[in-house]
Structure formats: C-alpha cells, structure tokens
Design a protein around this ligand. Structure first.
Ligand SMILES: [Zn+2]
Ligand SMILES: [Zn+2]
Length: 335
C-alpha cells in the first residue's frame, strides 16, 4: 500500500488547520512502521506547538501524538506484524545508547528528542510513520475508539504514580480535574490508593467521586495539612507553592505534570524539617507505557472523551485551547 496521505496541517505559523495532501512515502526501513491512523486525540502540547509557544515548527505542520491505528507496512526489524493494532504517543524514538536509554529510561533520552509530531508529521493524518519500538500493542480489552488519550495523557499521569510506588495505603492528591487530572484520579484509584481531588469548582464533587476520589477540596479555600503522600499538580497555574507543600505529609512528594510559566519558589523549611520533595515528570518509558495499557485494560481505566471527525480538527483544537473540551477530544480518522 503506497497511497498519498491526507492530513490536517498548519501551512503557515499561526494559521488554521487545512486539509492537505502529503507525498507518498517509500517503504519503511529498519524498525519503522507505517500506521494507518484510526483515532487521534488532541493534547495541550499540540496546541502549544500550533501556537508557536515551543518555537517555530517546520511547515506544513501536522500535529497529533495520541494515536490509535493499524500497522500497514513494516521495516524488516519492526517488532509488529502487519495488521497489528497499536498506539503511539509523544515519543517517536530514542538513541538507544545514552545512559537513560541503557537504563530503561528511554523517555529521558539525551541523544536527541524524537517527538511524534515535531520535525515529522503527526497523527492528524491518515498515516503516521514511527519507530515500531515506540508503537505499543493495544490490549484487546481496550476500546480503540476511546483509548487514544492514554498514549500521552495516560502515560503522563501513570508514570509518576508508578515511580512513587502508589498503591493501597498511599494517599494521593490530584490538583485539577481536566484532561490529565481526571485520568490521574482514575489511575491512582485503580492502583488502590486513597485519592483526594483539588479544584476550585466544587460543583465537580460528584464527578470527582465518580472517578474514584474520596472527596474534592476547594483548591482556593483552606487546604488540609499533612494529608497526602503524593501530590500531582496537573494544572499549568503558578500556585502558592509553599502553601501547597503543607498538604504533603512527612517526606511526601509534590510532582509537577503541568508546566507553570513562572519559576517555582518554595520555602526551604518543609524540605529540611519534613524532608518533603519537589519534582516533575514527563511522559514515561516504553515499559511503563506497557504496564499503563495493561492496567487500563484490566481495571477499565478509560479517558472521558468527545469525538469529532478529522475534518473538524480545527474545531477540536479550538475547544482544547479554550478549555471547553469534555475532557479530551478524539478525532476519528478511519477504522
Ligand atoms: Zn501530549
Ligand atoms: Zn538515548
């Protein structure tokens, strides 16, 4: 199969997504696979790239890095058979040689950042090419039409939960209940933790409980102290960090998943007197991705999505940019 690719691309910086045709590709080589895209969801990172927040992108720029599709062509070394249903996330490859790669932390690769829709065409398209080692077999129990956001958002929230050994007996706080936060509550709950959500909108309380949280606390009100072992901050807001450190119990960890614009300022006292920690997290390793997909399949962890056809890609991006998506928008491409 060697057909032209239909894509929705930005043709000039700041421009709207426009239907365009990309040239046919030669057969994949090495570990590469060509994935016929069935579904691709819109991540905030796509919006940042479209808006030029992370520098100029090569034009035409095709966003999209939460992809579900089918392998239709494979390089001779690719780990998937033709016809395999796979998911692709933010990472498109790794050097395989650096310290991060040789210690199973490929997502921290220092040998050049290979991103699915940076410097290459992403998933707002009928076909995507990726290193097959960064395409992940989709467990049969997962609904392919819903699963796309797991590939970036799901991994992003699951990876720190795994890193901090969250399980029964752990108390987890999740700040924000949007695209990332609602999945964080679901995963932490699926892992057996006690979860409390923080959001300024108290009308979300029944929703938070439905996701698995024991309660929702007003993020703008009085905060509980020594209440959680792990606090995942999924918003992009610059918060009064020292106040939020008080929500942690002794030796607890505040972990950023969102990207606040301003540098963090934190009092030293809780870092010394209570040995609290501040860190961040970015996507996760291929091994973590596999465990995340398996847990999702086993426990029924699914993102809450709305669906639009690919030809409404611009509308989907606008809904995400304006915070109007409930809670993640999946573009149906084919399948
Ligand atoms: Zn993403
Ligand atoms: Zn590397």
């Amino acid at each position: 199969m060697n057909t032209p690719i239909t894509a929705y691309a930005q043709l000039a910086p700041g421009g709207a997504l426009t239907r365009t045709t990309l040239p046919e590709r030669a057969a994949p080589e090495g570990h590469d696979v060509d994935v016929e895209v069935h579904h691709c969801s819109v991540c905030h990172s796509d919006v940042h790239l479209l808006d030029g927040d992370w520098g100029a992108q090569a034009m035409p720029f095709v966003p999209g890095h939460e992809v579900i599709g089918r392998v239709v062509r494979r390089g001779p070394l690719a780990p998937h058979a033709e016809g395999a249903l796979v998911g692709v996330g933010w990472q498109a490859g790794a050097c395989g040689r650096c310290h991060a790669c040789t210690t199973q932390r490929e997502h921290l690769c220092t040998g050049g950042k290979l991103r699915t829709c940076v410097g290459r065409h992403g998933g707002f398209a009928t076909s995507l090419r990726v290193d097959g080692r960064f395409a992940f077999a989709l467990p049969a129990a997962l609904d392919p039409s819903v699963a796309a956001p797991l590939l970036c958002a799901g991994l992003t929230v699951f990876s720190p939960l795994e890193r901090f050994a969250v399980g029964p007996g752990t108390r987890v706080g999740v700040v924000g209940l949007g695209g990332l936060g609602h999945l964080a509550v679901r995963f932490a709950s699926a892992l057996g933790a006690t979860v409390v959500a923080f959001d300024p909108d108290l009308t979300k309380t029944p929703f938070a409980k439905q996701l698995g949280a024991s309660d929702l606390v007003d993020a703008m009100g009085a905060l509980p102290t020594n209440a959680v072992d792990v606090l995942l901050v999924t918003t992009h807001a610059s918060l009064p960090w020292t106040r939020w450190m008080s929500v942690l119990d002794l030796e607890g960890t505040l972990c950023l998943i969102g990207v606040p614009a301003a540098p963090l300022t934190v009092s030293v006292d809780p870092l010394l007197d209570e040995q609290k920690k501040v860190t961040g997290s970015v996507i996760g390793s291929p091994a973590t991705m596999r465990r995340m997909l398996e847990l999702s399949a086993a426990k029924g962890v699914e993102p809450i999505i709305e669906r639009l056809p690919l030809d409404r890609a611009q509308e989907a991006v606008t809904r995400v940019r304006e915070g109007r998506a409930r809670l993640r928008v999946v573009l149906d491409v084919a399948g």
